[in-house]
Each structure stands twice: as C-alpha cells, then as structure tokens.
Design a binder for this molecule. Structure first.
Ligand SMILES: *[C@@H]1O[C@H](CO)[C@@H](O)[C@H](O)[C@H]1NC(C)=O
Ligand SMILES: *[C@@H]1O[C@H](CO)[C@@H](O)[C@H](O)[C@H]1NC(C)=O
Ligand SMILES: [Cu+2]
Length: 415
C-alpha cells in the first residue's frame, strides 16, 4: 500500500498524472465510439489531475480509499451489451425478492426494489431539503447499488445516463429502445398531458412527447408498479387505496420518453451549471432551474430535465419516481455532476453544503414544492441523513466525499 502511494505521489510531483500504477478506472474506461466525448466528459477528464492531487492531500484521511481501488461507475452505453444485461438481471432480481418494509405501514411494497421506492416516499423531506438533496441522494443510490451487489450478485456498479447522448432521439437509444439490453422502451401513445412545471407560460408544461402509456417492450414490460401514485400526474391511473400512496396498487410501468425534457439537459446546460456557478447555492439553484434565465427555451434545470426524460408513472411522480428503474441512472448523472463541480476547487467545495441562499425545490409535477426545512449552519455538522429502515442513519457531512466518505464505504469515481 505504502509503495503504491509513494509511486502515485511521485507521478504527481513530475506532473504526469497517468503514472505507472495500474488504475482500476483506467482499465475500465472503455468508451462507446458512437458517442464522442462531450464538453462535460472533457471537463471530467480534466479534473483527474485535481482528483489525484486532492487524494494525495487526503492521504491518511480517506479511509483506505484510493484512486487505484475506487469503484468505477460508467455510462450505460459504454457498458458492453453483456454488462448491460447483467445489470438488468440484477434489477429484475431485486424486483423478485421479498420486501423488508414493514407490512403494516407499507403494504404496497411487493419487493426489495419497492423498499427503495417506499423510502423515497416516506423520507421525502430528508431527501429533498436544500441541505440534503445532493448528499442524501448520493447515499440513496449507494445503498441501492449495494443491494444489487450484495443481494443479487451484481459485480458491476450503478451506471449513469449521460443525457446528452440521448437527447436527439431518446426512444431509439441504447437506454430506451426497448431491446433486451435497454432499460425498457417508451410507453404506448396515450392521453398523457405532459407534466406541469414551476415556470410561467409558455414553460408551465413539459409537453408530452407522444407516449405516457404502458411500456410494452424490453426487460421491464411485465414490471408491476405497486406503490403510489401519490401525485396526480398521469390520467386514468387507478388511485392508491391509501392516501399516503403506500397501499398496493398493481399496474403497468408507464413512460413518456421525452426529447423536450432532454433538450434542457444537453451537455451545454450541464456544463454551464457546473462552470458558471462557483458558489454552492448558485450551483444548487441552477441545477433546479432557479431563477429562470431570460430567453431560455428549456428552463427546466438539469434535475427536472433529467427526471422528465422518463416522466409517466411512477417516473413523473415526485414521491414515487424511483419506481422507474431508470431513476437511478438519472440521479447517478446528477451525482456525477456534483462530483465534477466539487473537483473544480476541492478545498473550497468538497465540504460545501447548500444553505441560506438555496431556494427550496420548486413545486413540480405535483408535490415537492418548498420541500424541507433549512438546517441552521451551526448545526450542519450534527445533521443526519435518515433513510428509515433502508440503511443506518449517517452524518450528512460524511457523504460529501465520494472518495473515502462514510468511513471509506463511499469510494467510487465516474468515467
Ligand atoms: C486501512 O487498512 C489498514 C491495513 O489493511 C487497516 O488496518 C485499517 O483498519 C484500514 N482503515 C480503515 C479506516 O478501513
Ligand atoms: C444550449 O444550446 C442550445 C442550442 O443548441 C441553446 O438554445 C441553449 O440556450 C443553450 N443553453 C445554455 C445554457 O447555454
Ligand atoms: Cu428524490
């Protein structure tokens, strides 16, 4: 270990960041030639020397997490077709395992997969306050990835969705083309009205892209959605037997794979969100599309834009959105964006938490408006992220470091 570290720091000293040490992430970094690097991918490549310098500085404080042993989360289409199928197998496995959620409070959780949906519904305040949004979703994805690996024998890591790759034609992309190595197809044409957005006319509605009905192709065509709805997004969905949405309400997976939404998550939007917002609150606000920029024809903010690429039910429902397995790809991308932002200036940014100038999440779809209370800055080091019975409560500030946080349990990078 010591030998490896000194070689790594030597390579830093001489300014050659691709030193002689075999890095797991380099050997894993195969790219799909169909997608040339976009501006955000290039920005990510450019931070690697900074990441390396940061890790050298953190030596002894990263809980044995190193760039050499870090897990690698990759973009969906950079995985081989067999790797994609292996991921899909693990998700289907999670959907076939019995739920651990308490039956009396969450009778609608039919599987381990649903456990995570129920957590997102019941702990929505914890997950979505300005202080918690980034960190709590980082933890949420981590525990989902852990369940795929530990309970379903998945050997890889959670893939992410680089929105820009699919923005032109998402329904014919490796994410959503309905093939057996995709995350399922589009929903059938329906009366889907689109999804309301927190912006004045003419941007108060994310228009339908023609889908919205049941997904009929691909690995999730027979998926049973049970929890929710809790918001009323899609017409003609049977109401949940319980007002809190936690009852059993078996129905199909509905989607409107939406290019209008994706247009607001193109690489130039993501790039600008990262590089034009040096302050954590400004970054946080822009990520949520706030305040609306003059003349912006796709003002959703990358968070909403990424969500409504999927839309439908439960993807368009603020509370139940993790009920569409594509949710984790979207929040994986957001986590990646946060990491790239942090690494623009790690000394100042890694431990920054959105605070007093952060605007609460605007109401979108239905629900979520003004979510959660702001923590007092003095209390931030005591703040806890509690995902209920899904995972042990952890300190908010332990989630900021992707490489070494949570006592080393968080140890991954994106390529
Ligand atoms: C780091 O690794 C060393 C040697 O294997 C071990 O003794 C130590 O407990 C580890 N520290 C943490 C925080 O995991
Ligand atoms: C991104 O590019 C599109 C045109 O391709 C433009 O309409 C939009 O305003 C740009 N957005 C940003 C944030 O630069
Ligand atoms: Cu969420």
């Amino acid at each position: 270990m010591r030998g490896i570290q000194s070689v790594a720091s030597l390579s830093l000293l001489i300014g050659a960041w691709a030193g002689p040490v075999a890095k797991k992430w380099e050997s894993n970094a195969a790219r799909n030639p169909a997608y040339p690097l976009d501006v955000v991918d290039k920005l990510e490549e450019s931070i690697m020397p900074i990441v390396e310098a940061w890790m050298a500085k953190r030596a002894g404080k990263s809980n044995n997490c190193t760039l050499e042993n870090a897990a690698v989360r990759r973009e969906w289409s950079d995985l081989s077709v067999d790797e994609r199928k292996e991921y899909i197998r693990a998700v289907l496995c999670l959907q076939s395992k019995p739920a651990k959620a308490p039956k009396d409070t969450v009778p609608g959780a039919l599987s381990r997969f649903d456990d995570f949906v129920a957590t997102h519904m019941t702990m929505a305040g914890t997950l979505h306050s300005p202080t918690n949004l980034f960190a709590a979703h980082r933890y949420f994805i981590h525990v989902y990835e852990k369940a795929l690996r530990e309970e379903c024998g998945y050997k890889g890591y959670q893939p992410y969705m680089n929105y820009d790759r699919y923005a032109d034609d998402p329904i014919h992309s490796p994410m959503f083309d309905g093939s057996d190595s995709s995350m399922g197809g589009n929903g059938a044409p329906s009366e889907y009205p689109g999804i309301s957005q927190p912006f004045p006319q003419p941007y108060s509605m994310m228009p339908s892209a023609g889908g919205g009905g049941c997904v009929t192709q691909g690995p999730f065509k027979d998926m049973v959605v049970s929890l929710g709805p809790k918001s009323t997004i899609v017409r003609n969905i049977p109401a949940n037997p319980r007002a809190d949405g936690l009852g059993s309400n078996p129905r199909c997976l509905r989607r409107d794979v939406n290019r209008h939404s994706a247009a607001g998550a193109r690489a130039n939007y993501t790039y600008s969100t990262i590089v034009d917002n040096k302050d954590i609150d400004a970054f946080y606000n822009r990520y949520l599309g706030q305040p609306q920029l003059k003349g912006d024809t796709h003002p959703w903010g990358i968070h909403n834009a990424g969500h409504y690429i999927i839309g439908g039910d439960p993807g368009g429902d603020f509370y139940c959105s993790p009920g569409d397995p594509a949710f984790y790809f979207h929040h994986g991308m957001l986590d990646r964006v946060w990491w790239i932002w942090q690494m623009q200036d790690p000394d100042a940014r890694v431990h920054a938490v959105p605070g007093q100038a952060a605007m609460p999440m605007p109401s979108h779809g239905s629900g979520g408006g003004g979510m959660g209370m702001k923590e007092k800055r003095a209390d931030i080091h005591d703040a806890v992220v509690d995902l209920g019975w899904t995972a042990p409560p952890v300190k908010l500030m332990d989630l900021n470091e992707q490489l070494g946080g949570l006592g080393g349990e968080l140890c991954y990078i994106y390529v």
